[in-house]
Design a protein around this ligand. Structure first.
Ligand SMILES: [Zn+2]
Length: 438
């Protein structure tokens, strides 16, 4: 048996292929055979009264037996190492202790025990003549069968635990149901991905990778202190329909919903925006000081004010029916007004009075009502509350660049983030360099 067979095996097959376990079992049986074939008969040590010819022959035989002994020991060592690499890094996902299911912990315990039982199978002895420990195959005579029995019990338990693990993980195809991946230096937990077909899974991973990469690149330029907070992600397929992502305050983890980025053409900028938005929640909940939050809330509150309804009525073309269409139409020529219309009518919040059509608007004017919007609107979702406004500001800055924020919004960001020394210096520089929004 050549050693390379083990190495090839470790790389060749999927950890979840039942043939892999069969192969480990078979190899162990072959190794037991080799172990049993080691010559343990004591060789005439110290008897040198034979003829020179006999003595030379005996020494040669002894060297040969010792070489075989050494080779077998090496074989067991390689087997042990490869097995450990296999279960630790190929079979099991890299999970924190708290996240490990029972079957996972069983594999860790039993497989570890099995590898330990393969140690000490090749005894040595102190040689007084050479003053060092040397291999001593002859001492195996007494303990060999006991050793075999002991390790066989341990290995059977390990194989059983592994088979139970594979069954329990509800394996479909080649991939485990729960997996942890390092993507662009971020820890990403994948749950339930075994239900996807492999090409969809691959595509989705690619989108996550591109999104995280762009987030990282943009944050480095626009808000570098964000990168100080490397929190784990959970890429999920079970999400509410209207959710792009959520921040789990208690787990300190961001859940990325996978349906929207994988449906149609992936929008990587939006991915970067969404990731930065959720990081905004992390900052808001865990990093910002109370006074920084108060400042931001006060700034956003004070930003709400009445819209100039007469002006809006004047520029509203008769052929445009809905306020949302008017906002779309104004996006290029007057992005601020366009956003102000969206914020005023935002179904996420807003401050009460909405208008869907030009007639609605005329009616509001006739009744002398006011419509509130933000003077420096961020996005329509930012109308929800001041925390979301903060997250949308961080998201827009990282995802789409400083020019998508009003100078005043950028100043507020700069004000609430001075504790982040690196960040605030760069932000102020960025604000000086940024062209004003027209
Ligand atoms: Zn949010």
């Amino acid at each position: 048996m050549r050693l390379s067979e083990f190495t090839a095996l470790v790389q060749a097959r999927s950890a979840f292929d039942p043939k892999t376990i069969q192969q480990w079992r078979k190899d162990l049986r072959r190794m037991t055979k080799i172990y049993r074939s080691i010559n343990t008969k004591p060789w005439d040590y110290g008897v040198y009264d034979d003829s020179t010819y006999d003595q030379k022959r005996k020494e040669k035989d002894r060297a040969k037996e010792l070489a075989k002994f050494g080779e077998a020991a090496k074989l067991f060592r390689t087997f042990r190492d490869n097995f450990e690499k296999w279960w630790r890094y190929q079979l099991l996902p890299q999970l924190k202790r708290d996240d490990q299911p029972w079957v996972h912990m069983q594999v860790v315990e039993k497989a570890h025990r099995a590898t330990v039982e393969l140690m000490g199978l090749f005894p040595d002895d102190y040689d007084f003549k050479q003053k060092k420990r040397l291999p001593a195959p002859w001492t195996l005579e007494r303990e060999r069968e006991r050793n075999i029995k002991r390790y066989q019990v341990a290995w059977n338990e390990a194989f059983k635990a592994i088979e139970e693990y594979i069954q329990d993980m509800g394996e479909v195809g080649d991939r485990p149901a729960l997996e942890q991946m390092d993507i662009e230096g971020f820890n990403v937990l994948l749950r339930g991905w075994n239900l996807l077909n492999p090409s969809d899974a691959k595509k989705a991973i690619g989108i996550i990778r591109d999104g995280l990469k762009l987030y990282k690149e943009n944050a480095k330029k626009r808000l570098p202190f964000l990168l100080k907070y490397n929190i784990p992600f959970h890429a999920a397929w079970e999400c509410r329909e209207d959710q792009a992502a959520t921040y789990d305050e208690f787990k300190g983890r961001i859940k990325l919903c996978m349906y929207w980025p994988t449906a149609g053409r992936p929008d990587i900028k939006r991915m970067a925006h969404v990731i930065a938005h959720e990081m905004g929640h992390h900052l808001w909940k865990k990093v910002l000081s109370g006074s920084a939050r108060k400042f931001w809330e006060a700034a956003i509150d004070a930003d709400w004010g009445p819209m100039d309804l007469q002006r809006l009525l004047k520029i509203w073309p008769d052929d445009v029916k809905f306020s949302s269409s008017l906002a779309d139409k104004l996006q290029k020529t007057d992005p601020t007004l366009s956003l102000q219309i969206e914020v005023a009518n935002s179904h996420w919040g807003g401050k009460g009075t909405h208008f869907d059509t030009k007639e609605d608007l005329q009616e509001l004017i006739n009744q002398g009502k006011t419509v509130l919007t933000m003077k420096n609107p961020i996005t329509d979702y930012a109308a929800k509350n001041s925390e979301e406004a903060f997250c949308e500001a961080v998201g827009s800055l990282v995802g789409y660049g400083p020019r998508t924020l009003h100078p005043l919004t950028r100043q507020w960001l700069q004000t609430v983030l001075p504790g982040m020394r690196v960040g605030s210096v760069r932000i102020s520089k960025m604000i000086r360099e940024a062209a004003p929004i027209t």
